[in-house]
Design a protein around this ligand. Structure first.
Ligand code: GRF
Length: 220
């Protein structure tokens, strides 16, 4: 089957390893994938994800924040690269730069992020260690539309991961990462299928009204 001709042109912004990027790229290989990864952009020239993307035949760009006098100029360059590539949706996947309110508003409802916690709990860094320190029984990950306040915005999908006795931040992170690799492609598919709406800062997904029970403790 030929891929749909009107696939959503999607960019992924990374800074490092790129495992979520890889999951998104792989999911878009499906013949019926409603999105295509048209560009991977990194602010770090040495990001491992860049070579993975290139090996997958995806166009890559480096826009190093170090090359710009200030955040506004750095973001203006990213914006122009995205627009020149005809990008309709931007996925942040381990992109480690804070984005200004202007950039976020310019891409409002057209930019999503994955965060390794069940938001609104544990915004920011070191989420797994903090979940363990708090004695959380259920941890997980969230895909959300990006808003100016860091790690906030309408939630598209979440996966819960049970905290096991003896978990360390690393063992917990590894299981959460498996869940991330399931829910990020799912969110992209739903959005690209045109089934996702933001209404009063909550996400409505046409055709997904039942509880997503399988997403609790997803198996690899
Ligand atoms: C992931 O844990 C993601 O949730 C967070 O940054 C990490 C990126 O990992 N935002 P990778 O580069 O996708 O492997």
């Amino acid at each position: 089957m030929a891929p749909p001709s009107n696939r959503l042109r999607t960019a992924i912004l990374i800074s490092g390893r790129g495992s979520n990027m890889q999951a998104l790229i792989e999911s878009c290989r499906a013949a019926d994938a409603p999105a295509e990864i048209a560009l991977v952009l990194s602010n770090e020239p040495d990001a491992a994800g860049l070579s993975l993307a290139a090996a997958a035949g995806i166009a890559t760009r480096v826009v190093s924040h170090r090359a710009f006098a200030d955040r506004a100029k750095f973001e203006a360059e990213i914006d122009s690269v995205l627009r020149a590539a005809g990008i309709q949706l931007t996925c942040l996947a381990g992109f480690m730069r804070i984005l200004s309110d202007k950039f976020v508003e310019d891409w409002r409802d057209r930019m999503i992020n994955i965060h390794p916690s069940l938001l609104p709990a544990f915004k920011g860094l070191n989420t797994h260690a903090r979940a363990l320190a708090a004695g959380a029984r259920i941890h997980g990950c969230t895909v959300h539309f990006v808003r100016p306040e860091m790690d906030s915005g309408p939630i598209v999908v979440q996966a819960g991961v049970a905290v096991e006795p003896g978990d360390t931040p690393d063992t917990l992170a590894a299981r959460v990462l498996q869940a991330e690799h399931r829910i990020y492609p799912l969110a992209l598919r739903w959005i690209a299928e045109g089934r996702v709406r933001v209404q009063e800062e909550r996400v409505l997904i046409d055709g997904v009204s039942a509880p997503l029970a399988p997403l609790l403790n997803p198996q690899p």
